[in-house]
Design a protein around this ligand. Structure first.
Ligand code: HEM
Length: 391
């Protein structure tokens, strides 16, 4: 469901009505299928944690956001698989994303952010914050972590744009996925021949040990590369747009001395903006009695997490951006076994960015009207295509 045209930061008003009226309802998708829609926060958490809910995109009944090409599902690796295979593959890449390992990356992330802000300040204005800052920060970070050459960023950024754009045809999406997988396949071959100290070399080692097929390692690389930069980049640009529209909140963040204030702002912006607005999607493996209804085995279920993050039962006065509230229990990173693997990294990147950008450029402002900003209504990750800013 598209976001509200009125306030570009709010979920569609129809979702709000449904949340007020009913716990479980049928909706019609683009292909005529009628999966269940779960809108309330507590219900979403209960069902997303239920092992009878499958993420296996190849199962009949899976509520796909677009037409699917045979064999396409596995191209994006374990995010669209069930346990035990999901858990087996996920475990292979968990270590670099633990809170402790990620924390050690703070100085390097701070240096990347500082350098990009130096470049911004030395360059012309107005400037597109997406191109000059929001995309490079997470791209540089994930490239270093994976061991992908940043000089290839035009290639992988353009391909991931095609993959997550809702209006791409399935042929375009599959072609882009295939080219990215081939690229990662080659890179893994290089790491097999000459290992370096990075995540892809770790996967190459698994391939050498016979624990992982070369193709599966390449698909995991694609998943991490796309998930690792698209999401955070959108949170940086959209978060900046939202803060510039809420100057009192921006001032709070800019003047904060306590790192806990910045961390709390990160959680609230994740809750309020909820960029993965297509919702989580699952298919029932078994009959499930829920909210006075029966979700039958094979029924699709859609969880629009954006509206759960605006549920007044979980977040009082939910449509207000309030950086001081405790929002850490939001579902912006999903819930259950597929909960975001990269969340410690995303949190750290956002905390460095939000804690640095507005302090170093205190007069930062939009160089256009908010209504002229091109919002990503057609993307599976919400955000802005461009954010012209000046100072
Ligand atoms: C603000 C930034 C981010 C947001 C809002 C976000 C959101 C999400 C959400 C909602 C899911 C759950 C998918 C589902 O249940 O079907 C997810 C999964 C995932 N995310 Fe993130 N993500 C972010 C950043 C990252 C980063 C930086 C990485 C690093 C590589 C990453 C890697 C992943 C992976 C690998 C999964 C799949 C986990 C699984 O299936 O077990 N994400 N993310």
């Amino acid at each position: 469901m598209a976001r509200a045209q009125g306030c570009p930061f709010d979920p569609p008003p129809r979702l709000k009505e449904l949340q007020e009226q009913t716990r479980l309802t049928r909706v019609r998708l683009w292909d005529g299928s009628t999966p269940w829609l779960v809108t309330r926060y507590a219900d979403q958490r209960a069902l997303m944690a239920d092992p009878r809910m499958s993420s296996d995109v190849t199962r009949p009944g899976y509520p796909s956001p677009a037409a699917r090409v045979e064999g396409g599902g596995s191209s994006v690796s374990f995010i669209l698989m069930d346990d035990p295979e999901h858990a087996r593959l996920r475990r292979m890449v968990t270590a670099p994303f633990t809170v402790r390992r990620v924390r050690a990356m703070r100085p390097r992330i701070q240096a990347i952010v500082d350098q990009l802000i130096d470049d911004l300040l030395a360059g012309p204005k107005p400037v597109d914050l997406v191109e000059a800052f929001a995309l490079p920060v997470p791209s540089l970070v994930i490239c270093e972590l994976l061991g992908v050459p940043y000089s290839d960023h035009d290639f992988f950024q353009n391909h991931s744009k095609v993959i997550i754009k809702r209006t791409s045809t399935q042929e375009e999406r599959m072609a882009a996925l295939g080219e990215l997988a081939a690229y990662l396949h080659r890179l893994l071959g290089d790491k097999l021949a000459e290992p370096t100290d990075d995540l892809l070399s770790g996967l190459a080692e698994r391939v050498r040990a016979g624990e992982l097929a070369h193709e599966d390692a390449a698909r995991m690389g694609v998943l991490l590369l796309i998930a690792g930069h698209e999401t955070t980049a959108n949170m940086i640009a959209l978060g900046t747009a939202a803060l510039l529209e809420h100057p009192d909140q921006l001032a709070l963040l800019r003047d904060a001395d306590d790192p806990a204030v910045i961390d709390s702002a990160v959680e609230e912006l994740l809750r309020y903006l909820h960029i993965t607005h297509n919702g989580r999607r699952r298919v029932a493996l078994d009959d499930i009695e829920f909210a006075g209804q029966v979700i039958r085995a094979g029924d699709g279920v859609v969880f629009p997490n954006d509206i759960a993050n605006r549920d007044p039962e979980a977040f009082p006065d939910p449509d207000r951006l309030d950086l001081r509230r405790d929002a850490r229990h939001h579902v912006a990173f999903g819930f259950g076994v597929h909960q975001c693997l990269g969340q410690p990294l995303a949190r750290l990147e956002l905390s460095v960015v939000y804690g640095t950008l507005y302090r170093r450029i205190p007069t930062l402002r939009l160089a256009t009207e908010l209504h002229s900003v091109p919002f990503k209504h057609d993307g599976s990750v919400y955000g802005v295509y461009e954010l012209p800013v000046t100072w």
